[in-house]
Design a protein around this ligand. Structure first.
Ligand SMILES: Nc1ncnc2c1ncn2[C@@H]1O[C@H](COP(=O)(O)OP(=O)(O)O)[C@@H](O)[C@H]1O
Ligand SMILES: [Mg+2]
Length: 248
């Protein structure tokens, strides 16, 4: 569904992406791992068209994303931002229904609210939460609201940027399971960035490891533990010693 070939991106003399080749099959869950500052977010922004690559190609169902018509293109994506990124001044339901209240996918208010309540239920939150403000919710509940917003417009492709960062292990487990279920149920294609290995195992069909601007290794999650690649082994076991130089 998504195909990257030879994607490069530099900021000044900082060569962040040095030729990314990656295929993401439709209705599958791809998890991208890699150290901090390796370019995971830049890669995601390139796919979303928020950052223009210097070279290479990114195709979505065969169509070049840099030439696609913006609104129609973005309507196909859902996004769970790190830290949920909810709008403080909007009620929970208005956050969830954000895209349904404006733009190309605009619905009547009552219908948008109904969909929001249904999506909240999907992530385990009752209708009483709909009229609260984000500040009245715990971190885990905010993350669920962010997840409900990401799926509200029933996107074909959903991005999750570090979905479990800042959550306790139990809440992280709940979010991981929800992501997995939603992707399976909606038949969506998911791309998740994380360095939480528990998340990787819970969410991924396939894993790609980014290192020094290239995809160092990619394969099914079942091969993660057995691949002899020393970079992958160092990363998944969190070893200080190995080919990956720890940045000071
Ligand atoms: N808009 C930008 N301008 C300049 N440098 C950037 C910009 N966005 C990201 N970078 C640089 O690109 C590198 C990768 O960043 P990022 O993709 O955020 O890493 P991570 O893998 O932690 O998500 C970093 O060195 C960062 O400073
Ligand atoms: Mg990042």
């Amino acid at each position: 569904m998504i195909e990257l070939s030879g994607v490069t991106k530099s900021f000044g003399s900082n060569q962040v992406l040095r030729g990314i080749d990656l295929r993401i099959e439709s209705n599958s869950s791809m998890v991208i791992i890699g150290g901090s500052g390796t370019g995971k977010s830049v890669l995601l922004k390139c796919i979303l068209g928020l950052v223009a690559p210097d070279g290479g190609r990114i195709l979505l169902n065969g169509e070049d994303v840099t030439r696609a018509e913006r609104d129609a293109f973005l309507a196909r994506f859902g996004m769970l931002f790190q830290g949920a990124a909810l709008f403080d001044s909007l009620h929970v339901w208005e956050n969830v229904a954000f895209r349904l209240l404006r733009g190309a996918q605009k619905r009547p208010k009552a219908e948008a609210r109904e969909i929001a309540i249904e999506k909240l239920r999907r992530v385990g939150l009752g209708p009483q939460v709909a009229d609260l403000y984000p500040a009245e919710l715990s971190g885990g509940m905010q993350k669920r609201v962010g997840l409900a917003r990401a799926i509200a417009a029933e996107p074909e492709i959903i991005f999750f940027d570090e979905p479990t960062t800042g959550l306790d292990p139990i809440m992280a487990g709940v979010i991981n399971d929800l992501i997995r279920e939603i992707v399976t149920e909606m038949g969506a294609t998911a791309i998740t960035i994380t360095h939480d290995m528990t998340s990787v195992r819970a969410i991924a069909d396939n894993v790609a490891m980014l290192h020094r601007g290239k995809i160092r290794w990619t394969g099914p999650v079942s091969e993660l533990d057995t691949t002899p690649d020393p970079y992958v082994q160092q990363f998944i076991h969190g070893r200080a010693e190995g080919p990956i130089e720890a940045l000071r």
